[in-house]
Write a protein that binds this ligand. Structure first.
Ligand code: BTN
Length: 325
């Protein structure tokens, strides 16, 4: 009932009267009052005015399943969620859950990770209370070679949500980082369990440094937090909700063609280094060229002095020629 009351108050334009809440949920005044008090203990603040009712004035930066259910408006992403105060890695847990039958759209999130995974075996620093660490389970009807495009779809959802909740323009460092003012604030790790022609499941893990007030020395020159860049303390749960709202919409578009043809233009408008010189760190050899944007297959088009090359994500990483971005 507490969740339902919270949901009603969060979605209301102004005050909601106690009477209205009693009638809506068929409970007594005392029950409403008790629920409001429990919410206050959790950090919510309300304005209570006689003859008008209640209005939410402050939402705490709290991660919880209840908080998620009270704001989630998606059709299928996050219909079921699992929250951990502390976990090794949301990608690892989500993979186990997917194997055990968790359904398409299940979302796993945590307040802290002790063994957050980055790409290529790197670790993802995941301090408590400052970041978003979340993983979505997908069981899509696509081919294994189409799966890497879901990273691009996710990056697009993150920059779009960033624009709406924080009012700043992020850039996508192809394929899977989101950067603000030239430094990384978000990384995406998409992992898959598949046979040659069949996907059993995909997990899309997103890590974002939202509230961090300082950055570890060893990554200081390439990483930052949203707070450090904007001075704003963005509510993590609201940011999460916005990302998955955007993801759901982009995913439906992606599924129609199972490629990026309908999204490439928008993706390219956020692409860092587009039409600029980049350095492609290919294990077979490093080369330079001009990034021209992605194509419908999600490959990065790079024109070198001798030919046009199509870079697919895998082991390759792309840098601007003057540093990390
Ligand atoms: C990268 O840039 O190297 C990718 C980082 C991905 C980090 C996220 S945090 C949530 C999810 N769980 C993990 O263990 N990793 C991803």
């Amino acid at each position: 009932m507490k969740v339902e009351i919270l949901e009603t108050l969060r979605n209301a334009e102004g005050f909601v009267s106690g009477q209205e809440l009693c009638e809506k949920f068929n409970v007594s005044r005392t029950a409403v009052w008790k629920a409001i008090n429990t919410l206050k203990k959790e950090g919510y603040e309300f304005e209570a005015v006689q003859n008008k009712g209640y209005r939410i004035t402050k939402v705490p930066d709290l991660l919880s399943e209840n908080e998620w259910y009270s704001i989630n408006k998606n059709q299928w992403v996050g219909k079921k969620v699992k929250y951990f105060e502390n976990i090794d890695s949301t990608n690892v847990v989500a993979s186990h859950m997917a194997e055990e039958g968790a359904e398409h759209g299940t979302l796993v999130f945590a307040n802290q990770q002790t063994m957050g995974k980055g790409r290529r075996g790197r670790t993802w620093i995941s301090k408590p209370g400052t970041g978003i660490y979340m993983t979505l389970i997908l069981k899509p009807d696509i081919l294994p070679n189409e799966a890497s495009m879901l990273t691009l779809v996710s990056a697009l959802a993150v920059v779009k949500a960033l624009e709406e909740v924080a009012g700043i323009e992020g850039k996508i460092k192809w394929p899977n980082d989101v950067v603000v003012n030239g430094k990384k604030i978000c990384g995406i790790l998409t992992e898959m369990s598949a046979q040659i022609d069949y996907i059993s499941y995909i997990v899309v893990g997103i890590g974002i440094n939202v509230l961090g007030e300082e950055i570890d020395e060893e990554i200081k020159n390439m990483a930052t937090s949203l707070y450090l860049e904007t001075g704003k303390k963005i509510n993590r749960m609201e940011f999460m909700e916005k990302i998955w709202e955007k993801f759901e919409a982009y995913y439906e578009i992606f599924l129609k063609t199972k490629d990026m043809s309908a999204l490439e233009k928008e993706y390219n408008s956020y692409l860092a280094n587009c039409k600029e010189k980049v350095c492609v760190l290919d294990p077979k050899g490093k080369y330079e060229g001009t990034a021209q944007g992605i194509n419908s297959q999600g490959e990065l088009i790079v024109d070198t002095w001798e030919a046009r090359r199509l870079v697919s994500s895998g082991e390759v990483s792309v840098r601007g020629i003057y540093g990390y971005v």
